[in-house]
Design a protein around this ligand. Structure first.
Ligand SMILES: [Zn+2]
Length: 338
């Protein structure tokens, strides 16, 4: 599968609405908006995950009232097929295809890997001065940026969208892992799909991203909250999970239904975040980059309750059992002031 180059929607398409336009697309598309300086490029990628529409909605808003782009800007709308699978915007990826944002820089032969490679080649060929990849979190969450580098370029790009910056070394095959000092790529998590500020975060951030003249020399926000080196907390394969407001028998991990309310809150040591079954902590795995960590460094099992061992911040907490099983439960950073 390859990207299709299409024109920006015309007036007739715009008046028919975003969904009609999305349904009319031939598949993943690439569009270009000329800027004042046509020799420089920026790229906006979104909808790598079909159930994360804030970036698309923001781009659609921009099309009806295009800002004066400082440089030529390209828009990549990636996983149109998954987004259109009924009910719309419900599927991260189609069941018979891998997660597109786990296919970058990875060998693989199915269509998702070909599409990832095509996106990568287009980005490399344009040598853009900045790339943002807009997502939504699966649970409710404030916005934040994710980056493999914490240099001032990456932080300045993040600051156009959000006040929170996650500096990670976790490699999964995500687009932002192709980032380099010459070609900064930052993931923006605009907030939860159902949080009403997420679309505004995407739109306001894009307005700044498109119009800023010297993006490479922009300064990061002084109050940018930078979190380093989160660990990724997963279920051990074969373990079971459910979301419930009380202990449930026969399940390895029970998380509270509203556990996502803890996103980015500072939680004290001893805070309960769920219940464990007979396997106790053995149903969990913790990794840092590619390395396995000791689960008991971060969690304790107290009378069947899953509690935090240290003061910690949690984020990207999902409340979707499918995502919890195939991706991860959440990320965690122990509080640095401890
Ligand atoms: Zn995503």
């Amino acid at each position: 599968m390859k990207m299709h180059d299409v024109f920006l929607p015309d007036e007739q398409q715009r008046s028919a609405g975003m969904m009609a336009w999305l349904r009319s697309l031939p598949g993943p598309v690439w569009m270009t908006m000329k800027g004042k300086d046509d020799s420089r490029h920026r790229i906006v990628v979104t909808l790598l995950h079909g159930n994360e529409p804030s970036g698309l909605r923001a781009i659609w808003e921009l099309f009806s009232c295009p800002p004066a782009c400082a440089v030529t800007t390209h828009f990549c709308i990636a996983n149109v097929d998954a987004a259109l699978e009924q009910p719309e915007f419900s599927f991260r990826h189609l069941d018979d295809k891998p997660d597109l944002n786990r296919c970058f820089g990875r060998p693989g032969n199915c269509l998702s890997y070909h599409l990832a490679r095509d996106i990568e080649e287009r980005i490399q060929a344009l040598t853009p001065e900045a790339v943002v990849d807009l997502h939504n979190t699966s649970g409710s969450s404030p916005s934040f940026a994710v980056s493999l580098s914490d240099d001032s370029e990456h932080k300045a790009i993040a600051s156009l969208f959000t006040e929170r910056f996650l500096h990670t070394s976790v490699h999964l095959g995500a687009l932002m892992e192709l980032s380099s000092p010459e070609l900064p790529i930052v993931t923006i998590e605009c907030g939860g799909v159902n949080d009403n500020t997420s679309d505004i975060t995407a739109l306001d951030g894009l307005q700044r991203f498109l119009t800023k003249v010297n993006i490479r020399r922009a300064r990061p926000k002084v109050n940018l909250d930078v979190l380093h080196n989160p660990v990724r907390v997963k279920l051990v394969p074969g373990s079971t999970i459910c979301y419930h407001s009380r202990q449930v028998g026969g399940v390895d991990l029970i998380m509270a239904k509203d556990v996502d309310k803890h996103n980015f809150g500072l939680l004290k040591a001893g805070t309960q975040i769920g219940w464990l079954g007979e396997a106790k902590l053995n149903c969990l795995s913790v990794t840092n980059g590619g390395q396995q960590c000791s689960v008991s460094d971060y969690f304790k099992c107290q009378k069947g309750k899953l509690v935090l061992k240290k003061d910690s911040q949690l984020f990207m907490i999902t409340t979707n059992p499918k995502i919890a099983i195939e991706d991860c439960l959440f990320y965690l950073v122990p509080d640095k002031s401890e």
